[in-house]
Structure formats: C-alpha cells, structure tokens
Design a protein around this ligand. Structure first.
Ligand SMILES: Nc1nc2c(ncn2[C@@H]2O[C@H](COP(=O)(O)OP(=O)(O)O)[C@@H](O)[C@H]2O)c(=O)[nH]1
Ligand SMILES: [Mg+2]
Length: 250
C-alpha cells in the first residue's frame, strides 16, 4: 500500500455511478493515499456503500453533498477542503471506471517534478469509444487551442488530470460557471490564461456498455449547448486577452 502523501491527493467527484465506483475507488487506493470521493447528491446508494468502505480504510475519505450541483461544483468543494488541510495538488478522475487508476503514480510523479504545471491526460481510445464522442471532442479541442493561442493543451475534455490547487480555486471562485460538464475544458483554458503550463501525458480511456455497468450522465443536447455557451464566453475572454497572450507567446 502506498505511503500517505502530504501534498497530492486523488479527488473523485461522483454522481450516481452505480456499482463500478467500488472497483474504481479500490483501484485508486491501491495506487495512492489519500483518495477522497465527493458524492454529489447521488441517489443510487453509493454514498452509503462508499462510507462503509471508508470506515475500514484510513486512506479513503468520503464527503457527501446532499444535493446534486455538478461535477465542477463537487471538485471545487473538494479542493477548498484539501487546501484547508494543506494539500497543494489534486488528481481528478471519474468515478465510473473509465480512467486508468494504474497511471496515478506516473501523473503524480510528473506533477512533483513540475509543481507549477497542470498534468493533462490525453485520451487513448480503443474500439469501445463512441465515434460521436471522439469527433465531438475535436471541436472542443480546436476552440481550446485557439482560445489559448496554442499554449499546448493536448485534450480539453479529459478529466484525468493533476491540477495545482491554488490557481484552480482562484479561477473557479472568480465566476459562477464551470460547475457542471463545462468544468474540465474551462479549467484548462483559464489556467493557461493564468500562465499555468500544460504538460500532456497519454492515458487510455474505456467506454463500458450499459450491460457492463457503464453509466453516462452526458446529455448530448443539454451538454453540447452548455459547451457551446462555454466556448462563446471563453472566446470573448480570449479576444480581451489577445494582446497579452500574443506578447507571452513572443
Ligand atoms: N459530482 C458530480 N459528478 C458528476 C456529475 N455528473 C457526472 N459526474 C461525474 O463526472 C464523471 C464523468 O461523468 P460521466 O457521466 O461518466 O460522463 P462521460 O464519462 O463524459 O460520459 C463521472 O465520474 C461522474 O460520476 C454531477 O452532476 N456531479
Ligand atoms: Mg463516464
């Protein structure tokens, strides 16, 4: 079992993930200590199940929010608590088994080597990935690269990342968006604007069929509208910052 880290923790926002969450959390715990799960108003019984797991595991902490407020809101709640306890970095990962827990140490090492950077997972898809999702993210990636003047964001959407806590909290406290699925792309763009350098590392992603326990809360219409509005506001922010970004690139 890994030794407790005083600086880096694994933070897993979770909303109605179903039974996959237990394997996910156990796999994360085999790689890292501490692991925190923020249960975001789940109604599938996983809050209780995770609390049972935490009762016999000092490396696992489960924070339960009574109402669903979104992935970004859950991450913000987690990083505020983590900062109060002296942590400086979080690795965020999904609760539904799609992300590679075995790469946690490699991502944490990269972050320890370059604490000023954000360590971004770049998804390596296999045949299980839905075409629409793979294509859709190219659009988001194109916008994110433009909005940062090609600062080097490998993937704008993948949630398997290590963030320095202080700039992330600063970016999130400053505005009321970024609370749902607009969290991941807006976080990288705004962090890049603050001057946080991205470092990209490949990381496989799996898509499970419903009969394998796969659950997705991504709603194509609702969430693509949310992402379109997000890129609209980021583009406006980009126009305002253009001179600064250009100077920095020079
Ligand atoms: N905290 C929180 N997490 C969410 C919410 N919706 C999704 N998630 C989590 O965010 C991650 C990605 O969501 P998911 O539905 O799997 O989307 P997909 O992987 O993009 O299809 C998973 O770990 C979910 O549990 C939410 O409303 N609140
Ligand atoms: Mg998922």
């Amino acid at each position: 079992m890994p030794l407790p880290s005083p600086t880096h923790l694994v933070l897993i926002p979770s909303y109605n993930p179903g039974g996959k969450v237990y394997d996910t959390v156990r796999a994360a715990r085999r790689q890292w200590h501490p692991v925190w799960v923020v249960v975001d108003g789940s109604t599938d019984g996983t809050a209780e199940g995770l609390q049972d797991l935490a009762a016999s595991d000092p490396g696992l902490r489960v924070v339960v929010l009574p109402e669903n407020r979104g992935k970004g809101a859950a991450v913000l709640h987690g990083i505020e608590l983590a900062a109060q306890e002296g942590y400086t970095h979080v690795l965020t990962m999904d609760s539904d088994g799609q992300h590679p827990a075995e790469l946690i140490p490699r991502f944490m090492d990269a972050s320890q080597d370059r604490p000023e950077a954000m360590i971004l997972g770049v998804p390596v898809f296999d045949a299980s990935a839905p075409r629409l999702r793979v294509r859709g993210r190219r659009i988001s990636n194109w916008w994110a690269n433009l909005e940062t003047l090609w600062a080097g964001i490998g993937d704008s959407l993948y949630g398997f990342r290590v963030y320095p806590i202080a700039p992330l909290a600063r970016v999130m406290r400053g505005q009321r968006w970024m609370r749902r699925f607009d969290f991941d792309p807006e976080a990288v763009v705004r962090m890049a604007w603050l001057g946080v350098p991205p470092m990209n590392l490949p990381a496989p992603v799996k898509y499970f069929r419903p009969e394998e326990g796969g659950v997705s809360h991504f709603n194509y219409t609702r969430d693509n509208l949310l992402l379109t509005w997000m890129h609209t506001r980021l583009f406006l922010g980009f126009v305002l910052r253009f001179p600064v970004l250009l100077l920095r690139r020079r």
